[in-house]
Ligand binder design. Structure first.
Ligand code: ATP
Length: 275
């Protein structure tokens, strides 16, 4: 597909929801051709919805101000990517365990990719989805979590996903290699089919989380981290750390041991990571 060409699998609420068979997800779906950011559309629409209308799913063919973590830009030609935000109100989840929503999205996305392609998906800590290419692992999707916390409970949590389905940024446009599902499989992949697979896997993990099965989710997430067992370089606020990524803490923080034996525990909020 040429860059910026319209998608051949338009997304619409009825087709997304048809016989989806999920217990919890989603109750309201809104599909857009172009938006600034699906995160902002979700946040605005949330104000008008009551609990019975959640979760809320927003999709867009193109974003004019797509964002990743820490205000970084997310770029994708029109119709080439699965761009979505899913708004939830998990009042039962203690806010200090909110990172589990990131694990849930990352694991569900890997599983969905594996359901609809022959590919094996992996994660770069904490939440970049990587796919194998002849030149090594390359980033095919990013995940973002934005939350509002009230009286010791979530008012809302919005999970954002951008998945390169038929196109990816050209070499040099990002600090690391990127790929798309089409490039990695050598064939075409439907955004609709991928989205429906993702919603099913999200439904499974959201139900598990609600049942208190956070340990199973942690194991699924940490088991996919290709960062572990590698030498890594972290841009931390007070300088660069280079060392061996030896594990993750129960909180999800990355544990790095440098050549002198010093151990650093890195949280996701404040670093860029080079593998
Ligand atoms: P990292 O730089 O380690 O991937 P991150 O997790 O903070 O960090 P994201 O929040 O997923 O990154 O997304 C923002 C970054 O992703 C941007 O800085 C840009 O380099 C890169 N990026 C933007 N668009 C795409 C895309 N379509 N595919 C892959 N990477 C992209």
């Amino acid at each position: 597909m040429s860059r910026g060409a319209p998608a051949d699998d338009p997304l619409d609420p009825a087709t997304i929801a048809a016989d989806l068979g999920t217990a919890l997800l989603p109750r309201t779906i809104s599909c857009h051709a172009a938006v600034g950011s699906t995160m902002d559309v979700a946040r605005d629409l949330l104000r008008t919805l009551d609990d019975a209308q959640l979760p809320l799913l927003i999709t867009a063919d193109v974003q004019t101000a797509g964002r990743g973590r820490m205000g970084r830009r997310w770029e994708a030609p029109a119709g080439s990517a699965l761009l979505l935000s899913l708004a939830l109100r998990p009042t039962w989840l203690p806010p200090e365990r909110g990172v589990a929503l990131v694990w849930m999205a990352a694991v569900a996305l890997c599983e969905a990719v594996e359901d609809v392609t022959p590919l094996r998906a992996a994660l770069k800590w904490p939440n970049d989805l990587l796919l194998p290419t002849p030149d090594g692992w390359a980033k095919a999707a990013g995940i973002l979590l934005e939350v509002s916390i009230g009286h010791r409970a979530f008012e809302w949590a919005i999970i954002g996903c951008g998945v390169n389905v038929s196109d990816a940024p050209p070499p040099g446009a990002t600090p690391y290699p990127t790929t798309s599902l089409a490039a990695a499989t050598g064939g075409s992949v439907s955004r609709l089919v991928l989205l429906r697979a993702l919603l099913r896997r999200l439904d499974y993990w959201y139900t598990q989380l609600g049942l208190g099965q956070q340990g199973e989710l942690f194991a699924a997430w940490s088991g996919r981290l290709i960062t572990l067992g590698q030498q890594v370089r972290v841009e931390a606020p007070d300088g660069q750390i280079m060392g061996y990524a030896e594990g993750v803490e129960p909180s999800g923080a990355l544990r790095i041991r440098d050549a002198a034996g010093a151990v650093y525990v890195i949280t996701a909020g404040d670093v860029g990571l080079g593998v």
